[in-house]
Design a protein around this ligand. Structure first.
Ligand code: ZN
Ligand code: ZN
Length: 305
């Protein structure tokens, strides 16, 4: 099993269509789950794909359009039936607190856990969240409402010592600890042991970028350069470029262009317009310029490698 992976729960734009649900995703890092957006029907998808919802610690909301938040009241109030006791954190743009508070208050809902809601200005790129596993930065997107993309980056991992060196140099417990902590060991005879010679090379932290909803915006490329996986909305196929711009969305080829320019490892498509019953062309079109495109499908799991 991968330790870092993404499950898509909803891939539809604006409304449920052809069995597809509006946007929601679950990012898993070891046993911690992070939800991204919460469109209508997210609870149905959580059950269908057997997601352990009590493991969700944080919900990130990109913007306040209904197809990204109309599932939220149901998800946060139904934890009562799942005996949740751990706190839940919602992070989103300005207005999300009023929305959540109003839903809870007007529906007379009781929560059996602590709910924290934190608002950020979606127009500023900034660190939104950090824990022992991940840090999350926002990326302002150009859309009809203030909208942010998210870049999830794993925290630097402790270095791994080459086992053959332990015996070769007769390393003590303390020396091993020091080298793993990336520090130089100075021995009694004055000789030094350098961490780079004793550890395996540092692995680059893996990153996942979520970019929805947005127009085609090449200025996003810099922030997601060499990202392992990027989800970029593809509301329309290539022949609908004009409509995409008008409604502040993107097409298949525009998303693929971003992935190419950023040298991304993988592109996942999604946020499909309800005009498309068959979505296979999204993958075909993207692959004409970016081969490692994976069609975004609900219930499919994508490793962040
Ligand atoms: Zn949307
Ligand atoms: Zn939107």
């Amino acid at each position: 099993m991968n330790d870092f992976e993404l499950t898509l729960l909803g891939t539809s734009s604006s409304q449920p269509a052809f069995g597809r649900f509006p946007t929601s995703q679950i990012l898993r890092y070891h046993n911690d789950l992070y939800m991204i957006d919460c469109g209508e029907g997210t609870q149905i998808q959580l059950s269908q794909f057997k997601i352990k919802r009590n493991l969700i610690g944080v919900i990130f909301i990109s913007h306040l359009h209904g197809d990204h938040i109309f599932g939220l009241p149901g998800v946060i109030t139904s934890f009562l039936h799942y005996s949740r006791t751990t706190p839940l954190h919602i992070i989103g743009p300005i207005g999300i607190k009023k929305y959540v508070d109003t839903c809870i208050e007007l529906s007379g809902s009781q929560l059996n856990y602590v709910l924290n809601v934190t608002e950020f200005d979606a127009n500023i790129a900034q660190t939104l969240y950090e824990d022992r596993y991940l840090s999350v930065r926002s990326l302002p997107l150009k859309h009809r409402l203030p909208t942010m993309g998210f870049i999830f980056e794993e925290q630097p991992q402790p270095r791994k010592l080459r086992p053959e060196k332990i015996e070769m140099f007769g390393l003590s417990h303390q020396e091993i600890k020091t080298l793993k902590a990336d520090q130089t060991v100075v021995r009694e005879d004055g000789s030094t042991l350098q961490p780079d010679e004793f550890n395996y090379p540092k692995s680059r932290p893996r990153r996942y970028a979520f970019l929805s909803d947005t127009i085609y915006d090449p200025s996003l490329v810099e922030a997601i350069r060499e990202v392992n996986v990027v989800y970029h909305e593809t509301t329309y196929l290539n022949d609908m470029e004009k409509e995409a711009l008008m409604r502040m969305h993107a097409t298949s080829l525009q998303a693929a262009n971003i992935a190419v320019a950023a040298h991304a490892g993988m592109l996942i498509t999604g946020h499909y317009s309800s005009r498309y019953k068959d979505i296979s062309a999204f993958e075909t079109e993207c692959r004409t310029i970016f081969e490692n495109t994976q069609l975004g499908l609900e219930g499919r799991v994508y490793p962040i490698l």
